[in-house]
Design a protein around this ligand. Structure first.
Ligand SMILES: *Cc1c(COP(=O)(O)O)cnc(C)c1O
Length: 443
């Protein structure tokens, strides 16, 4: 049965982010059931989902509370178009997200995938400046190594050559400025110093190019796809001030780092709390917002942005839509997800859960000769492996599966982005599996 399912998948499904020929030697994993933090395969193997199924699953698979909310919604309304219509889940979700931002980001625009949220923020920014009589402001700046999705517009601000080069003729590339990677800090140079240096490079860029720059887009605090590159919040404070000074929008792509992943519900709260800097003009959410249940993304924007479109003429409105915009089931899954955050005091519990996992990692792997830059921000944990072979990521992934864990390194960076439900035994299983996989791959 299993071989049959694998063959049928290879014959009929084109898998994402995959050179399909690699599956000649690396078998697909047939998953038939999910149970909390575990995925269960057709032949009964149990895999601890150490990366929340590509960073989306916050509260485990087949979560009873999210499931019950969806069953209830299925009997009420599965979908209605959002142009000219509205419904309770989309209104309640928009209100609650606005409240979570302290009502600084009050207008939610919906789509389904993260990349669509990026497209929406880019288009809104350019259209806003056009409505303000500044049509020349139509270029973007992003940080080195940034990832904002893979549709043609999002690729313009995604600095991953492997994803971009083949499609270069389709893409109008933006400018790239240095990222204040905290790993560059050493000796007397702190991560905040690195942040200030990088902000000076941004300042030089904006000084010269602000007249044609619509927006700066960043992944606040942690660049996910770059390999969990962490940086000091000082950079975001300075970037916000520079964007104000040069009339450039700031887009916070919290698709990966939002929903509690860095320790606060929005990563940006850590900028705001420590320094009272302003908020971003746009904030993108996806991935965890629906608890990993249904595709949902959205862009929150400031009141000034919204009012820049509010007029009698249709052409000044934001003319963008997707068929499933604001889907009631997806919004209901998001509401159930937000309920769990409140009922279980998830952010507070995650602090001790994260501390335990970090302690285990430091005990078991902290002194490993090949490990560099063991780091953590909230519920993101990572380390780099020195002297890793070019096929390290694939070999480690396979070795971890053998140990009963789903871990999928990026280059030579092993990372953990677990669901927010691991108990002590599961934390230990995850760390043991990683340590054993490392031994297999390095020996
Ligand atoms: C995953 C991701 C995206 C793209 O989201 P998709 O749903 O895969 O299109 C955009 N930005 C960041 C920071 C991401 O991690």
């Amino acid at each position: 049965m299993s071989a049959n399912l694998l063959q049928r998948s290879l014959a009929s499904v084109w898998h994402p982010c995959t050179q399909m020929k690699h599956h000649e030697s690396m078998p697909l994993v047939p998953v038939v059931k999910g149970e909390g933090a575990w995925l269960i395969t057709e032949d009964g193997r149990r895999l601890l989902d150490g990366i929340s199924s590509w960073w989306v699953n916050l509260f485990g698979h087949c979560n009873p509370r999210i499931g019950a909310a969806l069953h209830d919604q299925l009997d009420r309304l599965e979908h209605a178009m959002l142009a000219g219509f509205t419904h309770p889940p989309v209104v309640e979700l928009s209100e609650r997200l606005s409240a979570l931002s302290g009502h600084r980001l009050g207008h939610a625009f919906y789509a389904s995938d993260g990349a669509s949220a990026t497209e929406i923020a880019l288009k809104m920014s350019v259209h806003y400046w056009r409505n303000r009589g500044l049509p020349a402001k139509n270029r973007f700046v992003s940080l080195a190594g940034s990832y904002h999705g893979e549709t043609a517009g999002a690729l313009a601000v995604t600095d991953v050559p492997l994803f971009r080069d083949a499609y270069a003729p389709l893409v109008r590339p933006g400018a790239v400025v240095p990222v204040p990677d905290s790993r560059l800090a050493s000796g007397g140079i702190s991560a905040a110093d690195i942040a200030r240096q990088a902000a000076r490079a941004l300042e030089r860029h904006l000084e010269e190019h602000h007249a044609e720059t619509a927006a700066l887009i960043v992944e606040p605090l942690v660049q996910g796809a770059a390999g969990m590159v962490m940086y000091d919040e000082e950079y975001l404070r300075l970037a916000r001030a520079l964007c104000d000074r040069y009339q450039v929008h700031l887009i916070a792509d919290e698709i990966a780092v939002g929903c509690g992943r860095t320790g606060s519900f929005f990563a940006w709260e850590q900028v705001d709390n420590s320094t009272h800097a302003g908020w971003p003009d746009f904030l993108c959410l996806s991935k965890g917002i629906s608890g990993g249940y249904l595709p949902l993304s959205l862009v929150l924007s400031r009141h000034e942005i919204y009012h820049g479109f509010y007029a009698d003429e249709s052409a000044r409105g934001f003319l963008h839509s997707h068929s499933y915009t604001g889907n009631p089931l997806a919004c209901r899954a998001a509401l159930a997800t937000l309920d769990i955050f409140t009922e279980d005091e998830v952010l507070a519990t995650n602090r001790s859960r994260g501390d335990r996992l970090e302690q285990l990692l430091r005990e078991r792997l902290g002194r490993h000769a090949a490990i560099r830059h063991l780091r953590r921000r909230g519920m993101i944990f990572a380390f780099d492996v020195a002297g890793a072979a070019p096929d390290f990521a694939r070999r480690f992934f396979t070795a971890a599966l053998e140990q009963g864990a789903l871990l999928r390194p990026i280059g030579n960076t092993v990372y953990f982005m677990p669901p927010y439900i691991l108990d002590q035994a599961e934390c230990e299983h995850l760390v043991s599996a990683a340590a054993a996989a490392l031994d297999v791959v390095l020996n």
